[in-house]
Design a protein around this ligand. Structure first.
Ligand SMILES: [Mg+2]
Length: 374
């Protein structure tokens, strides 16, 4: 058995959870010599990144991997890292590694007729606890109340809101509005649902402000605060973590084990958030969450792009015992509901384990063509 073909498809789609704004992923397809096909994805997010990832996959990695044994996931992951030594260790190279590595795990599982979670050591749970994760409306509190009440009514026991609909109305800009928003969500879901807020990328809080806000949020009992500080403010994260009792989650902007190692060893984080479509695939993700586990830390997958990424994250989640909760887009989205024939969906509070060989999802190639970047 050998790798016969590697292709990459940059996709452009409207995301209903973000006011139908354009989003981009790059999907990799690996075909083995006996015709077995595996799919992987990276969350390239912007058009230039989606196209650049295709170039690295097809011009850099495909010539390197053709003819190789697709079962050798660790060796091939390392070969891609070695190939991209000069331009990689993060950035577009890590997107390309993520997509190809994920596809190789899918191929491997299909060849061995085994779910990926079995290849990762076996399942550690019988179902995944689901979190409804959305970009919330910071301006219309009535609508936000109704939205989160609906998630609670649908059975979710964890909800996450973040960012805001525009940089101008982002969560984190206005302390009074931020408090009103958190109060609104708590009121909407009641006392028994875990509430998470995500400051995200539009706002750069200082450690002092983050401490003040986290203390003000305490009466609403947040499950965690996500990305309260700029990515590089490691010392700020350490100071914040020592000052508050609410857990801090971060890491969706990071690519490599080295970056997570820095965060973890500094004592900057409670819950790490690698994305398998960014943190160098199933192989890279597993190294990060194992490193977190060795430091008695938990993780939650950042997985908010396509159903391929969701499937990969789910296999990783169920094969580890330090995962906290699994985020889903709670409403229909093309990359979740159209791209594959059986997307993972929670049934209320819980989602079943992935089933079937490989990643357990079958990609519809008509949908690849439908959303292919022109
Ligand atoms: Mg986030």
């Amino acid at each position: 058995m050998s790798i016969k073909k590697i292709e990459a498809f940059p996709l452009h789609y409207p995301e209903p959870h973000d006011s139908n704004k354009s989003r981009y992923v790059t999907v990799a397809k690996v075909t083995a010599s006996d015709g077995v096909v595996g799919w992987g994805e990276c969350i390239s997010q912007w058009p230039e990144a989606a196209l650049a990832t295709k170039v690295i996959v097809e011009e850099g990695f495909a010539p390197l991997l053709l003819g190789e044994d697709p079962l050798d996931t660790e060796r091939l992951w390392q070969a891609m890292r070695n190939r991209s030594w000069w331009y990689g260790n993060g950035g577009i190279a890590s997107f390309a590694i993520s997509a190809v590595d994920m596809a190789l795990w899918d191929v491997k599982g299909r060849i061995l007729d085994t779910p990926v979670y079995e290849l990762l050591g076996g399942k550690r749970m019988t179902r995944m606890r689901a979190c409804a994760s959305v970009i919330f409306d910071t301006e219309n509190l009535e609508a936000t109340h109704a939205e989160f009440a609906d998630y609670a009514a649908r059975g979710y026991t964890a909800v996450k809101g973040g960012w805001g609909k525009s940089p101008e109305t982002a969560f984190g800009l206005d302390p009074r509005r931020d408090l009103a928003l958190v109060s609104t969500i708590r009121d909407a879901v009641g006392p028994d649902v875990d509430v998470i807020v995500d400051v995200g990328t539009h706002v750069a809080w200082t450690p002092s402000h983050a401490i003040k806000m986290a203390r003000a949020f305490e009466e609403y009992d947040l499950y965690w605060i996500e990305e309260p500080l700029p990515q590089d403010d490691i010392e700020g994260y350490v100071r914040l973590r020592q000052a508050i009792s609410t857990p801090i989650a971060t890491g969706e902007k990071e690519w490599t084990l080295r970056a997570f190692k820095t965060l973890i060893e500094a004592g900057a984080v409670d819950i790490v958030m690698p994305d398998p479509g960014k943190a160098e695939g199933v192989t890279g993700f597993k190294k990060i969450v194992d490193f977190a586990a060795a430091h008695c830390l938990r993780f939650t997958p950042h997985s908010w792009s396509s159903a391929i990424n969701t499937a990969a994250a789910a296999h990783l989640f169920v094969s580890c015992d330090n995962g906290v909760v699994f985020e889903f887009k709670p409403n229909p989205s093309p990359m979740q509901d159209e791209l594959v024939d059986t997307p993972y969906r929670p049934d209320g509070a819980w989602a079943d384990l992935p089933s079937g060989p490989g990643l357990g999802v079958n990609v519809n190639e008509d949908i690849i063509r439908k959303y292919l970047m022109a």
